[in-house]
Design a protein around this ligand. Sequence first.
Ligand SMILES: C[S@@+](CC[C@H](N)C(=O)[O-])C[C@H]1O[C@@H](n2cnc3c(N)ncnc32)[C@H](O)[C@@H]1O
Length: 283
Amino acid sequence: MTTYLDLKMPDPVFNRFARFIQTTCGIKMPHTKKIMLESRLKKRLRSLNLSSFEEYEDLVFGRGGQHDEVDLMIDAVTTNKTDFFREPEHFEFLRESALQELLDYYGWGIRKPVRVWSAGCSTGEEAYALAMVLNEFAEQTAGYRYTVLGTDISASVLETARRGVYQERLIDPVPDQLKRKYFMRSRDRDLGLVRVVPELRSNVNYRRLNLVERDFKLDGTFEILFCRNVLIYFEKKTQDVLLNKLFDHLQSGGYLFLGHSETLHNFDLPFRQVRPMVYRRQD
Ligand SMILES: C[S@@+](CC[C@H](N)C(=O)[O-])C[C@H]1O[C@@H](n2cnc3c(N)ncnc32)[C@H](O)[C@@H]1O
């Protein structure tokens, strides 16, 4: 029987995976991440009943290319940490000033629906939190319309996002009034699960999209773009290319939200910072 605990990934195998992950997903894979990669891929080895990393390498890169396994490998190497209303100031800013101002100034929401994009949405908490804020605003504003799109490279997180079923403790950060309105409890209380209500789910679409793909196909522009805690995994050159693409997909006057340790400081793009990690396209 294979003892996975002692299994080590040889350097040449690591280098091959690291190169592939970096070019395909943009995710930096320096040698310091070897232990992390090893432990994440061990889970794949275990479920496939393989006894060495070389066998796994053959499976992923061997002739015929196991496409399904490449997807599962990507699922295993991405970091999907997220929360409902993570970095809550961003949602407050939308609720308390940005949405009203975009409506007053441009008519966005009435003249045309506000399009919101959560890029790197993971299991959907960010996209649903955005939908709650917009829905609350819509209920107070006659004729207001919005749509939310969540995209991610990982197929398995998108499956969770589409289902909209979460452990009840995960909705702790959601304000009580929104919890009551936007979540249903599972009939079997012992399961401790909640589900996003269908009315909210129907305003949120999810699709798979690799942000580092040369020219990803995404129609039109967005008024509000969240790309938080994604850029940190990429090298500066990859960040630069991606930020230019995000810029092209943002309406002039629209807002870009980044994660707490991400900044546009070293990038030459016409954005004006309006709050911590909140930027406005200004051109
Ligand atoms: C740490 S999570 C951030 C989730 C959410 N935006 C938040 O801030 O809570 C990063 C997400 O980016 C996704 N990701 C990583 N590389 C990507 C790529 N090349 N294209 C699209 N998504 C990617 C990962 O799968 C993961 O779900």
